[in-house]
Design a protein around this ligand. Sequence first.
Ligand SMILES: [Cu+2]
Length: 112
Amino acid sequence: MRLSVTPATVPAGTVSLRVVNTGALAHEVLVLPLPSGQTIGQREPGSDQRVDEADSLGEASHDCAAGKGDGIAPGSKGWITLTLRPGRYELVCNFPDHYARGMYAELNVTGR
Ligand SMILES: [Cu+2]
């Protein structure tokens, strides 16, 4: 399992994420701030096999629609538009065990 983002660097401001699920299982993408000194993949999943998403800025998890839902089905798409400040973000799929299995990617937002 993996999650990739293209381009991985975007200017600050309005950012639209279009999530295409090319896999065989449902997935989602959450946008979490990446604290300085931390790299992607370092979050510790809890007993529910999910990482803490309390500081999520938004998620694309609605099948064929924007925003939050129950997941994006295989072969389908979801999307979200956010306003992001300059900084580093970690995109994660927080379905149980998906983070531990490699579903994270870094998104860098640069100043104008
Ligand atoms: Cu997933």
